[in-house]
Design a protein around this ligand. Sequence first.
Ligand code: SF4
Ligand code: SF4
Length: 236
Amino acid sequence: MDTQQLKSFAVDQGVTLVRVADLDRLRGIETNPPDLLDGFTRAVSMAVALSDAVIETIDGWPTPIYASHYSRVNALLDEAALKVSRAIEEAGFKAMPLPASQVLDTARNMSFLSHKAVAVAAGIGWQGKSLLTVSPQFGPRIRLVTVLTDAPLAPDEPLKNRCGSCTKCTEACPAGAIRNVNTETHYSSRHEALHFERCVHHVREVCAKMEHIGSSICGVCIRVCPWGGKRKKNAA
Ligand code: SF4
Ligand code: SF4
């Protein structure tokens, strides 16, 4: 199966960035169920860029327009993952589209697997101090989805971390949750980067106060990252 053709097809479905991860880079990550990756060799990681104008409305907590945008972008990602999976299956290979935003374990805020970990392995972006995947084109202003497959797609290389000495997200986080620790590749656990419970507590408090919020992130670390808001054309 031609990797470039599949990527172009994904872009035609509305995704902004698409890369392929070699699943050997992700063996051992937590998945639900634990054998989720068995029988698969690649993951297609796809990102849709969020609207800069919408992200700029976030000022301390999510806004109604951000909540709506978040949900519409998730729907677009799920649709694109479904169509990419169908195209892979029609070429004779196995494909499993994973939902963009479905929490299976609410206490730990865990899904089937971390789309962010897949995106980092695929070279969509690096793992920022905020734990968000930071792309060179859109910063963390992206939402992600994953398709697992056994198609022999050419894998992409991960990117080097470019957070450097930046402390913008650490300073802006209303919960004081970001530890300002850098990583070359991937944090050993989310607790290495975040006081995770502080982030979860803050996000839940915000959600309880604002009925329109359906997101699991307050959005402040997305807005303040200096890699966001610098759009480049022909990003895919
Ligand atoms: S989502 Fe909000 S509380 Fe959580 S790390 Fe980002 S800025 Fe901090
Ligand atoms: S705000 Fe700075 S430190 Fe935080 S993720 Fe973005 S580049 Fe990295």
